[in-house]
Design a protein around this ligand. Sequence first.
Ligand code: 8YV
Length: 323
Amino acid sequence: MTVTSQNPAARAHVLTVANLSPLLTAALNEAFVVHHRTHETDPAGFAQAAPGIQAIAASGESKVGAVLMDQLPALRIISVMGVGYDGIDVAAAKARGVVVTHTPGVLNDDVADLALALILGVARRTAAADRYVRAGRWPSGPMPLARKVSGARLGLVGMGRIGQAIADRALAFSMSVAYTARSAKAELPYRFWPSARALAAECDFLVVITPGGAGTRQLIDADVLAALGANGYLVNVARGSVVDQAALIDALQRGVIAGAGLDVFENEPEVPAALWAMDNVLLTPHIGSATTQTRAAMADLAFRNLQALFAGAALPSPVPECG
Ligand code: 8YV
């Protein structure tokens, strides 16, 4: 990250709205005057600083709505360190002349890698197997047999950059790949299904990798899970909001589906105790992009968007609505 020191009086003021990666906060502290979550922690300090705040630095899970924007009359940019920006009211930002940026591309590999880890992990029960060994149960007999992954049918709900990276990896496991998305992508060799339900009925592993937000809320409901069936597995590396979590728990409890690999949840960081109790569920704490290498690349891109705005240069990665 290239950071140039500036006269402190000339530095722009940035409000952070999340506990951001130290890689990003270090760069922000060097280049800007940073107000760390003062809107939540220090109302008086925030009220004093608000008229001068020109930027918000957010994470992929942050929520920034019109109410906060209205308190920041000088706001020019919301830089999200994450590809997902479903918590940002982009329409409200645009209406106020505020640009929203995010960090696409640099995390494709990591999220796709984790999707495969969850497919393999839930099917081959790697976490349960680890617990089995540590509990000293091996001498009493072998574990129950698992589910073969190579050659199985993969269904992707969403076929953007990360969906395609998951498909690339699945091909190395001789899996067949099909998908559903808002529209078919003629350039891709994979079978398109017009709905999640139709796709679920034709696959063994249904992987959710579509943006969150109102358009996809509870897209994976009881009907889709019933279509996936007793031999099918659900994997979610997108947003908890895309899955009807109560319906998922019910489907797992009643054996409507075989198992699930979940990196995201409806109300993070809360994970329902009902899920903790299930051996056929693999749980990870929203770690899709959580590697040192990728978080450094995301921090760099989020920082460069801010730098570009204040330098009057073209923004490296505005969200499509602001592009
Ligand atoms: C992170 C994410 O959780 O990119 C996203 O949309 O959900 C994640 O990569 C987060 O945004 C890191 O700041």
